[in-house]
Design a protein around this ligand. Structure first.
Ligand SMILES: Nc1nc2c(ncn2[C@@H]2O[C@H](COP(=O)(O)OP(=O)(O)OP(=O)(O)O)[C@@H](O)[C@H]2O)c(=O)[nH]1
Length: 293
């Protein structure tokens, strides 16, 4: 078989396990995961190179149907753009669940691209006998090129998924070096790491409209000096992020720094502070300056 290279988009409503799948596929933590929905806002390219294939994964943001502000409009637009641009679409759903979120996604699926239905979280299915009938029902819902049950968390079915996906990629030489995990810069990854820690540490208190801006990223030998601003929408949110006596932001920064050191393979000096930019989530111009597409 000649070498195959292609782009794959992972779509699905929030929380179905897209980031977990992406991480499982590329074997490195390039995409953030969180129990809280709606954590992935940027397109992330994870790359997997095998002996005869290069898969370039594009992680798309979850659809947002509740808050119709500028940020969410841009997120939905970015999903549509991504899908018309790839070789294969992986549409991830949860085992046994098909709801209005899925109906909405079907409306933006490209009809000239193979769409693989990935049924995730099969490990959570209590009655395994339900899987086959569910797959049959799904086959009648949309002309999927294939239906593959997996558990992104446990790794089940993932090899089969890759095999099926490979069959839909065009014959082409690799685009990236075999060692590349991601084509995103370390600066971007640093922002993602910090953002993940904010999501995890703030939990339900997480203010709507929070972002991270890397203001300075310098490398001296194996030491990286990073200045990061946490952008919040309202003055009142600043205190929530900082916490009593600054304890919370300190903990978030320490957690993020440890992850960065592991990912970059070197020491990291991280300074974080909180900045208030009123109405940023409603302002497309500000969004663009923060790197949202
Ligand atoms: N039991 C089980 N849980 C899973 C599996 N895959 C993902 N999860 C969990 O589901 C939750 C959501 O996973 P994510 O990967 O963050 O989901 P996502 O689709 O990227 O979510 P957004 O970024 O909000 O769009 C996390 O708590 C995961 O640990 C799986 O195969 N089995």
């Amino acid at each position: 078989m000649n070498f195959r290279t292609g782009y794959l988009a992972i779509v699905g409503r929030p929380n179905v396990g897209k980031s977990t799948l992406n991480n499982r596929l590329v074997g490195a933590k390039v995409s953030i995961t969180s129990k809280k929905a709606q954590t992935t806002r940027h397109r992330i390219h994870g790359i997997l190179t095998t002996e005869d294939c290069q898969f370039i994964f594009v992680d798309t943001p979850g659809f947002q149907m509740q808050h119709r502000n500028a940020l969410n409009r841009m997120m939905n637009r970015s999903v549509t753009q991504t899908l018309s641009d790839v070789d294969v679409v992986l549409f991830v759903i949860e085992a046994g669940r098909w709801g209005s979120g899925e109906d909405e996604i079907v409306t933006v699926l490209p009809d000239n691209r193979p769409v693989l239905l990935v049924i995730n979280k099969v490990d959570r299915m209590q009655d395994k006998g339900q899987l086959l009938p569910f797959m049959q029902k799904m086959a009648e819902t949309y002309p999927f090129a294939a239906i593959v049950p997996i558990s992104a968390e446990k790794g089940q079915g993932v090899d089969e998924l890759l095999k099926v996906a490979a069959g839909h990629l065009p014959e082409a030489p690799p685009v990236f070096d075999a060692d590349d995990i991601t084509d995103r810069s370390e600066r971007f990854l640093a922002a993602e790491m910090l953002r993940e820690k904010l999501f995890r540490n703030l939990g339900e208190e997480l203010p709507y409209g929070i972002a991270v801006e890397i203001e300075k990223f310098e490398q001296e030998g194996n030491l990286r000096r990073i200045h990061a601003a946490v952008i919040v929408d309202k003055q009142a949110h600043k205190g929530i992020v900082i916490g009593k006596d600054g304890e919370r932001l300190k903990r978030i920064s320490t957690d993020a720094r440890k992850d960065m050191e592991q990912l970059f393979g070197g020491r990291v000096w991280l300074e974080t502070w909180v900045k208030v930019k009123s109405g940023w989530a409603d302002d497309e111009r500000v969004l663009k300056s923060l790197g949202y597409e």
